[in-house]
Design a protein around this ligand. Structure first.
Ligand code: 13P
Ligand code: SF4
Length: 322
């Protein structure tokens, strides 16, 4: 796991403590902004100042005037906030909250891959480490990837990393032939095409909304493909009442609040347990959130030279997605 300040030994929390009130109190005391990704537990979403997708959270982090950013998400998200805000304290509830997709792209192997294709520009999905961002020309998220790829001249060859499924989807919709790094997300690769087809047979009026990190065979059954915020927006607008959701089910919390009259059916995984939850995102709990604010740790730490190199492609993303 990349650099974070030492995790303190936490004493047991008094169960009579009102954690929601304590977190609000600490927000004021620290002049902190609390950012949460859609995949966080409902309790964390309910206490957050901003609940959003990766792009929006990066944009909020780039613009905040808070002294402290508390990031309830996974490591690459908090790290991106630190890259944008070297002088702010960036806290995360659990330093071990990583990302299988980010882990599927080791920096040294990626450097060798790049060296084999020196004429290629590198576009990387934000779900990667600072060391991969530092080797990239432009960062994208699932919200702006298509728009950004379309801005690159046709004749410019591109390496896309680390998600092969998002890359294949982008190649399909843009007609490009980007060279794909062979990474993937354990959560989105777990959805079962067979079980989705069975669900559609039982709910013939239901639409399937899928994240582009899903495998192509799953995306073939989707009526809408997009980032978490785009899935949420589609669900809010559609008159259809039954929706099958092929992404991490944490997103359903706000979709259900947006549309209490609709039925959201989480797409089933291939195995028998309900493992479509992201084990990394779900490491964060309300207790750990309270403790990280109380103890001001764990905090993201970054080598300054690496941070500066990783900042350039993030800045390009923020400019190109305006
Ligand atoms: P979004 O940017 O669509 O929220 O995706 C984040 C993510 O980690 C998907 O697995
Ligand atoms: Fe990473 Fe997948 Fe979890 Fe998103 S859902 S944070 S890509 S492991």
């Amino acid at each position: 796991m990349p650099a974070v300040s030492p995790v303190l030994e936490h004493d047991a929390i008094d169960p009579s403590l009102d954690l929601f009130a304590e977190i609000e109190r600490l927000k004021t005391q620290l002049n902190a902004v609390l950012l949460a990704h859609y995949y966080q537990d409902p309790d964390i979403q309910d206490v957050a100042d901003h609940i959003a997708d990766s792009l929006k959270l990066a944009q909020v982090a780039a613009e905040t005037d808070a002294d402290v950013i508390v990031f309830a998400g996974v490591h690459f998200m908090a790290e991106t906030a630190k890259i944008l805000n070297p002088d702010k304290l960036v806290l995360m509830p659990d330093a071990q909250a990583g990302c299988s997709l980010a882990d599927s792209c080791p920096p040294r192997a990626f450097a060798e891959f790049r060296a084999q294709h020196p004429d290629h520009m590198v576009i990387s999905y934000i779900n990667c480490s600072a060391a991969i961002k530092a080797q990239s020309d432009i960062i994208v998220t699932s919200s702006n990837a298509e728009k950004i790829v379309r801005q690159v001249p046709e004749e410019q060859p591109i390496i896309f990393a680390p998600d092969r499924n998002l890359g294949a989807y982008l190649n399909r919709v843009t007609g490009r032939n980007m060279l794909l790094w062979n990474g993937s997300c354990i959560v989105h690769e777990m959805f079962s095409e067979k079980k989705i087809v069975q669900l559609k047979a039982r709910h013939p009026n239901a639409l399937v909304l899928a994240h582009p990190e899903c495998e192509p065979v799953v995306l073939e059954h989707a009526d809408h493909i997009g980032s978490t915020s785009s899935i949420r927006e589609f669900a809010r607008r559609t008159p259809v009442k039954e929706l099958i959701i092929a992404t991490e089910p944490g997103l359903i919390h706000l979709m259900q609040k947006d549309s209490p009259d609709k039925v959201f059916i989480p797409a089933p995984p291939t195995n028998t347990c309900a493992c479509n939850e992201c084990p990394h995102m779900k490491r964060n709990t309300l207790e750990k959130l309270y403790l990280c604010m109380r103890d001001r740790a764990p905090a993201i730490e970054l080598d300054e030279e690496l941070r500066q190199r990783a900042l350039l492609p993030i800045r390009r993303m923020l400019e190109m997605s305006r």
